[in-house]
Structure formats: structure tokens, C-alpha cells
Design a protein. Structure first.
Length: 373
């Protein structure tokens, strides 16, 4: 079988990985010289802890298994089974963490409520002020800016993979066939359009009523911390964002404890993970209304800096990078991904939202199974 994958991000690359692993030939086409979208502009977190139960959690847990397996084959991914800690302060935040630990699927997530002292044993860099923390053992991390590069190197080594950058696919020319802007036609037994937040052009022509929206976020990265941050770190605002934490305790938190005004205005939470070079990737905001701003705003960065410094009990290292990114999210946010046959032999896979990095290996595995690869 010959598979054409359109899109060089993590979802597209994982589809290429699945196809090659199953013995097929793959041509992967990317409109940029390298993928430049959400696949690079994220935390690199394999984030099991906040996922909704049922299909979403099952997908995340399966993806976590696959990431670990692929990480053993491709050490350059920098896979690290580091877990996460969400420090809490006050009775209301603690009650949400306690409700999470009481969930029927808490063991599958690796949830445990730990004291502040226990949290500092797990992550000694957390010297700041908090009372307890929600520990999630199953969370992990990879290096987002280089993951696709290392995956492609491993794919090339098998001899059945070709990467074609700098080509935008413009037209479906027949069953399992597409034409790019160089005039070349690429024919296969199946075409997977994994174009991320690029929902215009060919995608709009093929799926004009796509139930997917675009979401913009802001993030930043610091100079090296000078010590290990042994886990990912979130704050209690993440309870308000992720569906796993829905409970009467969360309702009480939302009703009785307001977010900081900046955090509420920008729909913020803290997520933080340390890169292999020692720097910290920190975010994020959520913007849903179009047209998106073209510039980044400073207030959210100042808010995040304050939250991080309070947890670390020390000043944040110098901020070296600030950026914005856009990802595609199903308008029905309970759906893990939108997968649709849009032409004979052509499938569109998009809309995992902030779950793309976490869930991409399992999303690709499901596509491969459903298409009979």
C-alpha cells in the first residue's frame, strides 16, 4: 500500500509512522520547509491528567503507551515519564483535588493527593507557598520543537518514506491522488489530510461545513532554570479548564473563588514543563474570537511569571522567547478528533485541539485501523 500524508506536524507524522510500521510506503507533503504550527508551539506534554473520561481518557492512555514505545525506538524525542504536580492553596482548591482522587478512573491516571512536603520530595524546585498538590503519575513529556525531525530521521532509515517540504497540496485529482503547487500529482491507495489549523483552501473546498474552530494561545520560554524541574507543573486554574476535574467541588470553586482578572479575561491556566536544555516552557491563554490579534499581550506573561515565582519561591530566569500559536479544535469539545472521508480515497483528520501532542499516536493508530492499513 502507498499512503500520502499531507501535513508535517505531529498528527501527520504519526500517521506516517503508523503506515511505515505496518509495512507501507509513505510520501509526506508539507507546505513549509518544516512544520511551523501548533506541533512545535506547544508544551511537549503527554497530558493524561486533565482528560475527560471515556473515549478521551482511553485515547490519551493508549497514546501514552505508544509515546513511551516510540521514545524507546527514537531516543531523540526526549521522552520523559516525569508526571505532573498541581499545587493547591485553600480549602476550595484542595476539595477539587480530593474529588479528582475519588474518581473511579483515578488509578488509571495515577492521581494521588500529596502534602506540600511530599510534593517537594517529588519536585525539590517547588520551594514556594502551597498546602498540597495533585500528583499525576501518567503525565510525560517530549521535545516539541525537534520531535518531528527525529521521527522523520527514523522513518527515512526504513527506506519506505519520502518527505516533500515546500509543497502545498491544491487539488484532489482522483481516487487517492492529489496535485501540489509544483504541478506534481501524488497517487496512493489512501490520502490523509492532517493539515492542523490550516482549514482554508483545499480543506474548505472538500469540507465546507467543518465542525472545527481555531484557537489562539500565547506562551513563553525562559533561560535555563539552573536546577531540575522534575515534573510538569500546573496551577488550580487548570481545574477550571480541563474536563477531568468537573465536580460539585469545582462548581463551588468557580462560584466562590474568582480567577485573577487577567487570568479570567484571557481564559488562562498555568502549565509548565522543563526543556532538555533547562529552560521552562510556560503558558497559556485561549482566544476564540476571530479575527485573532496579530500581536502578543504582556499582561498574561506578567500573570504567569507571578504564579510560577510563587510556586518556585524564586525569581524566574530571563524570558528568552515569547510566541503565539493557533490550533484546530472540534466545536464539540468532547470529541477527540474530527475524522471524515472527504473524497474517494481521501480522509481529513483534524481538530484534536490542545490534545494533538498528547493523543496523536493513538489518533493515527485509530485511522490506520479504520482504513484497514
Amino acid at each position: 500500500m502507498r499512503v500520502i500524508v499531507v501535513g508535517g506536524g505531529v498528527v501527520g507524522t504519526m500517521h506516517a509512522w503508523q503506515a511505515v510500521q505496518r509495512g507501507h510506503e509513505v510520501v509526506q507533503i508539507e507546505r513549509e520547509a518544516e512544520a511551523r504550527g501548533a506541533s512545535l508551539r506547544n508544551f511537549g506534554q503527554i497530558w493524561v491528567s486533565g482528560r475527560a473520561g471515556g473515549e478521551e481518557l482511553d485515547t490519551a492512555l493508549r497514546a501514552r503507551e505508544l509515546w513511551e514505545r516510540i521514545g524507546a525506538e527514537v531516543p531523540g524525542l526526549g521522552f520523559r515519564a516525569i508526571g505532573s504536580l498541581t499545587p493547591v492553596r485553600g480549602a476550595r482548591e484542595r476539595a477539587v483535588a480530593e474529588a479528582a482522587v475519588a474518581r473511579p478512573d483515578a488509578a488509571a491516571r495515577g492521581y494521588r493527593l500529596v502534602t506540600a512536603a511530599e510534593a517537594r520530595e517529588i519536585n525539590p524546585a517547588l520551594r514556594g507557598d502551597f498546602e498540597a498538590a495533585l500528583w499525576c503519575e501518567r503525565d510525560a513529556a517530549v521535545e516539541p520543537r525537534t520531535a518531528q525531525l527525529h521521527l522523520r530521521d527514523a522513518l527515512r532509515a526504513g527506506g519506505r518514506y519520502t518527505f516533500l517540504p515546500g509543497r502545498e497540496v491544491r487539488e484532489v485529482t482522483g481516487p487517492g491522488a492529489v496535485r501540489d503547487d509544483h504541478g506534481d500529482v501524488h497517487r496512493g491507495d489512501a490520502v490523509v489530510l492532517a493539515t492542523g489549523a490550516w482549514l482554508s483552501g483545499l480543506v474548505r473546498e472538500l469540507a465546507p461545513d467543518l465542525p472545527v474552530r481555531r484557537v489562539r494561545l500565547q506562551m513563553m520560554q525562559t533561560a535555563p532554570l539552573g536546577e531540575r524541574l522534575t515534573t510538569s507543573v500546573a496551577d488550580a486554574d487548570s481545574f477550571r479548564y480541563y474536563p477531568a476535574y468537573a465536580s460539585p467541588a469545582l462548581d463551588a470553586l468557580n462560584a466562590e473563588q474568582e480567577q485573577a482578572p487577567v487570568a479570567a479575561a484571557h481564559k488562562m491556566q498555568l502549565l509548565m514543563v522543563q526543556r532538555l536544555d533547562g529552560g521552562l516552557t510556560i503558558g497559556d491563554t485561549h482566544e476564540y474570537e476571530h479575527p485573532f490579534a496579530f500581536d502578543t499581550l504582556e499582561d498574561p506573561y506578567e500573570h504567569l511569571t507571578g504564579v510560577v515565582e510563587a510556586f518556585l519561591g524564586r525569581p524566574l530566569p530571563k524570558i528568552r522567547h515569547r510566541w503565539a500559536g493557533v490550533y484546530a479544535q472540534c466545536t464539540d469539545t468532547s470529541r477527540v478528533v474530527h475524522r471524515q472521508q472527504v473524497a474517494d480515497g481521501v480522509w481529513l483528520v483534524t481538530g484534536p485541539g490542545g490534545r494533538g501532542m498528547t493523543c496523536s499516536p493513538a489518533i493515527a493508530e485509530t485511522t490506520a485501523n479504520e482504513l484497514g492499513w
